[in-house]
Design a protein around this ligand. Structure first.
Ligand SMILES: O=C(O)CCC(=O)C(=O)O
Length: 225
């Protein structure tokens, strides 16, 4: 999410991480594999075949993301950072809020690409494996899973990009606003022993596998949906 936060007494701009790194610690009994979709590939296809949709997806205001107490207003899905660099920003889950005029274009990505086997790269991490993703280019998510007698555990690391914008307060004060404080749920070290599970968490794109893995998995889908 976008935002401003105090780090070491200085107000800094925060943006979605440039890299997301996942390490598999342990696998569940069923499902839970990660999958990726290359944003550049989506862009190239839209450019060649659906220029109008691409134009809408490059318009600021097509989507606002709101998660807990974090808000990123009026984003575009694709953004040209410079002549050679493109950035995709897309989540298909309950954090995304779309104005009516953008709905068809936004849904187009979900329907044509992020649930399309021709665009999906499945990654099945084994314990110890590490997946490093360019988060400005690649959409990532995971399939639903069922822990069973095992337990899915994944470590995640976010790496920010180099654009360390530092803000100076116009009145030369340092007012601590609630929005600038770190969001509690991100402070995972405090939650190491917390009771609540995170298995309902989906991110990036949400994909239902066409073939069901087992009856138990089907039942889990029904509970989660
Ligand atoms: O549970 C997973 O493997 C996916 C996690 C994820 O996508 C994320 O933390 O950004």
């Amino acid at each position: 999410m976008n935002g401003i936060t105090y780090v070491d007494g200085v107000a800094k701009k925060i943006t979605p991480p440039k890299f997301v790194i996942l390490q598999c610690v342990s696998k569940p009994e069923i499902g839970g594999d990660n999958f990726l979709v290359d944003g550049q590939k989506i862009y190239n296809d839209l450019l060649a075949n659906q220029a109008d949709i691409l134009k809408t997806l490059m318009t600021s205001g097509i989507v606002t993301y709101c998660r807990d107490d974090l808000l990123s207003m009026d984003c575009s899905v694709f953004e040209k950072i410079n002549d050679n660099k493109l950035r995709i920003r897309y989540r298909y889950d309950s954090t995304a809020f779309i104005p009516e005029w953008a709905s068809a274009a936004f849904n187009y990505i979900q329907n044509e690409y992020s649930t399309n086997e021709n665009y999906i790269i499945n990654v099945s991490l084994e314990p110890g494996d590490i997946l490093v993703m360019d988060n400005l280019r690649v959409l990532h998510a995971r399939h639903q899973f069922f822990d069973g007698s095992k337990k899915r555990k994944v470590r995640r690391l976010w790496i920010a990009d180099d654009s360390q914008v530092i803000f100076k307060n116009i009145l030369n004060q340092s007012p601590v606003r609630r929005a600038m404080l770190p969001f509690q749920n991100y402070n995972t070290s405090q939650q190491e022993n917390a009771e609540h599970l995170r298995i309902e968490y989906t991110c990036g794109i949400h994909y239902q596998p066409t073939k069901s893995l087992s009856k138990a998995h089907d039942e889990l889908d029904m509970i989660v949906e």
